[in-house]
Ligand binder design. Structure first.
Ligand code: SAM
Length: 326
């Protein structure tokens, strides 16, 4: 078996698969003007997703995160979960969502084989939530989290991007919330992407600062498992919930990289901040192309760089995270 491994001996067991770049939210740090439809695009079909996942699984992938855009906007989203979950070798099927459809569909997703949900909630203040996301849907999203627990998910992960002068004052409120709730709250450090104006300079909060505060308050860091995501995870004896910090600017963030991305148009991205995508679509047309696809993946991986170059202000080709799957 060809394993997905790069020149730095990093192994890739974790695929982040974008199934659409359409989104119905207008987060100020991602798609502030909303999604602009482009009728010429056709996103990966169910059959293409099946072939892709099967090939990655044959090369050692055990976890797939389905993302977007907003993945739940796809009409065949439940079928996508089912297809990925039915792939031999795939043990974990996660999704990242804005929670818009969760109250109605969490139980269906669970039945289809979804094992983990990450939902983005940038503020626990409904007005601030509206200001950041452009959608006045805080209560629906919170109802979606309840629905996920009711459907049998033991833990829900919540993503929040803390921004100076906007929601950074929410930290205490967030901590209070997870005291009795089995939520892993993940603070994602704001990343600079191509289409950002001066928002980054105005609102960026260093993840290391939050880490210092947590350690001072008695939070303790957990060890990582091999197909864990990028978060440093902390626990506290007085809290049912946990905290994850995703700090792409931290030293050595890339050393533990175990993820590859495929965009909704079928391009392999070796890094969220890379300069190019490798087209896979011509090798997803028929079942018999698996060996050729494996070869292309192997050759592409040889070119994965040791690190992103975010520190030097290099944001690569990604205009915003919705375009290749955040
Ligand atoms: N629509 C889904 C959602 O809202 O979670 C999935 C796609 S969204 C691009 C995935 C995650 O990326 C969200 O948690 C979002 O907050 C995060 N994100 C987007 N742009 C970001 C940026 N510039 N810096 C940090 N996180 C970002």
């Amino acid at each position: 078996m060809f394993e997905l491994q790069d020149a730095f001996a990093r192994k890739f067991q974790y695929l982040r698969l974008s199934v659409t770049d359409v989104c119905n939210f207008k987060c100020n740090y991602c798609l502030p003007d909303g999604y602009r439809p482009d009728g010429r695009k056709s996103f990966l079909t169910l059959d293409e997703i099946r072939r892709l996942t099967r090939t990655f699984a044959a090369m050692g992938t055990s976890k797939v995160r389905i993302t977007g855009g907003e993945p739940s906007l796809r009409k065949d989203f439940t079928d996508i979960i089912e297809t990925v979950a039915a792939t031999p070798g795939i043990q974990k099927v996660a999704m990242t969502t804005n929670g818009y459809r969760m109250a109605k569909q969490a139980a269906d997703w669970r039945r289809a084989g979804l094992t983990a949900i990450n939902v983005s909630v940038d503020s626990l203040d409904p007005r601030m939530f509206h200001q950041i996301t452009g959608q006045n849907r805080f209560h629906e999203v919170m109802a979606g989290i309840d629905a996920a627990f009711d459907a049998g998910f033991e833990q829900v992960k919540v993503n929040a991007v803390l921004m100076r002068g906007l929601n950074d004052g929410d930290l205490g409120r967030f901590l209070e919330w997870i005291k009795d709730n089995p939520i892993q709250l993940r603070f994602i450090e704001l990343m600079q992407t191509g289409e950002m104006d001066d928002l980054f300079n105005r609102h960026h909060v260093r993840g290391a600062l939050i880490k210092e505060q947590l350690l001072q308050q008695g939070w303790q860091q957990k060890l990582r498992a091999h197909n864990d995501g990028p978060a440093e995870v902390f626990w506290h004896p007085d809290y049912r919930g946990e905290i994850g910090l995703i700090m792409p600017y931290a030293k050595d963030f890339c050393a533990s990289c175990n993820r590859l991305r495929v965009s909704s148009l079928g391009k392999l991205h070796l890094c969220l901040f890379g300069d190019y995508g490798v087209d896979l679509r011509d090798l997803l047309a028929e079942d018999g192309q698996q060996a050729a696809l494996q070869l292309r993946l192997r050759e592409a991986l040889a070119d994965k760089k040791a690190t992103h170059f975010l520190h030097q202000g290099h944001t690569g080709m990604t205009p915003h995270l919705a375009s290749i799957g955040g």
